[in-house]
Design a protein around this ligand. Structure first.
Ligand code: PEP
Ligand code: MN
Length: 361
């Protein structure tokens, strides 16, 4: 698949607002729940209604979706509100049923994108469809797997394609449910600048309070749209209750977002600057996180030294570290002076930590 302007054509043809806003509950629970939310969304920037009918759950025993009856409710949403509809398909039967029941937009979930077999089967079931098919990133941070899924659709003659960034599984606990790993969608955008890219801040965040910030960051990176889980009574939702927001809250979020125009030189400059600044912010975040981790290890060494009655300062070890880092610095385009300054500061902070430990104990 080559990058070409045609990849964007469905976005332009559908004359949807920019950024595109897809909203609706994690899961369709009942006809009245679906219609209630859809009617409230009519007063927001959302133009597409999402609801999961078949829910892939990490562990058995959780609510697994209402199944195909939900497709009739989606049809009602369309007839009563004029919103387009979207749902997830996870196998060829789902795909065929979604087409038959006039769902407008189909998405492939993160747990399906990981499996080339499943993606291939879905691509064949959808062969030649004019409907829009969105591909969520795989749960693991693997750009080739994500692009591979897009390619399988493309070679099945499906040309109205987009991708959704929903974050990646991470073993360590972080502030996110799924780590954003922004570098991956940035790389994807660099390779395929015309492939419409949306963010699903709900599944990245796993909570409500950082959804706005995630959306703003995505728009600063020129994303084309947002898919946000929205429920009339989020606390009582049957799935993902912690991350769903009300239609009113959605309205507040989209009203406050700063949308950057893509046209014009000055604006292009602003966009590029915002993009690069976001990359700097990410690196800074990693830097402080890494320094914090380093200090925690230094604390452990401090305890060990104290228990064994060993002096804090070990010159030989320190000189070895410095020599190694000067070499690594050179490989990374960093001067010797800079490395010496930085490491002196790091070393001093470690010693302060260890001294404090010795005094405290
Ligand atoms: C969803 O959108 O409700 C969903 C299950 O998402 P994901 O595939 O990103 O986990
Ligand atoms: Mn969900």
């Amino acid at each position: 698949m080559k990058n070409n302007k045609n990849l964007r054509s469905w976005l332009n043809k559908m004359e949807l607002k920019h950024p595109l806003v897809i909203a609706g509950p994690c899961s369709a629970e009942s006809e009245s729940q679906v219609l209630n939310i859809a009617h409230q969304l009519k007063n927001t920037d959302a133009t597409i209604f999402r609801a999961g009918i078949w829910k892939p759950r990490t562990r058995p025993g959780n609510f697994e979706g209402v199944g195909k009856i939900g497709l009739k409710w989606l049809k009602k949403v369309k007839d009563e509100t004029g919103l387009l509809t979207a749902t997830e398909v996870a196998n060829p039967t789902h795909a065929e049923l979604a087409i038959k029941n006039e769902v407008d937009i189909i998405w492939i979930g993160a747990r399906s994108t990981v499996s080339p077999f499943i993606v291939q089967e879905i691509a064949e079931a959808l062969k030649g469809t004019k409907k829009v098919v969105l591909v969520k990133n795989p749960v693991n941070p693997d750009l080739s797997l994500w692009l591979g899924a897009v390619e399988r659709l493309y070679t099945s003659n499906i040309k109205n394609i987009g991708v959704i960034h929903r974050g990646f599984s991470y073993y360590e606990k972080t502030r996110y449910r799924n780590n954003p790993e922004w570098q991956i969608p940035i790389d994807l955008q660099n390779q395929f600048p015309d492939l419409p890219l949306l963010i699903d801040p709900s599944h990245i965040a796993g909570r409500r309070d950082i959804i706005f910030d995630l959306c703003q960051r995505a728009l600063d990176l020129n994303f084309d749209g947002l898919m946000i889980e929205t429920h009339h009574q989020p606390d009582d939702a049957w799935s993902d209750e912690q991350q769903q927001i009300t239609p009113d809250k959605l309205k507040q979020i989209t009203t406050n977002l700063k949308i950057r125009d893509e046209e014009g030189n000055a604006i292009e400059y602003q966009n590029k600057l915002a993009n690069l600044r976001t990359q700097i912010d990410m690196v800074d975040h990693k830097l402080t996180e890494t320094l914090g981790k380093r200090m925690k290890i230094a604390d452990k060494i401090g305890v060990l030294k104290k228990d064994n009655n060993v002096a804090i300062l070990q010159n030989k070890r320190w000189n070895e570290i410095l020599e190694k880092m000067i070499l690594e610095g050179k490989e990374n385009g960093l001067s010797k002076e800079f490395i010496l300054k930085i490491y002196k500061a790091i070393h001093q902070e470690s010693i302060n930590h260890q001294n404090k430990l010795h005094q405290d104990q």
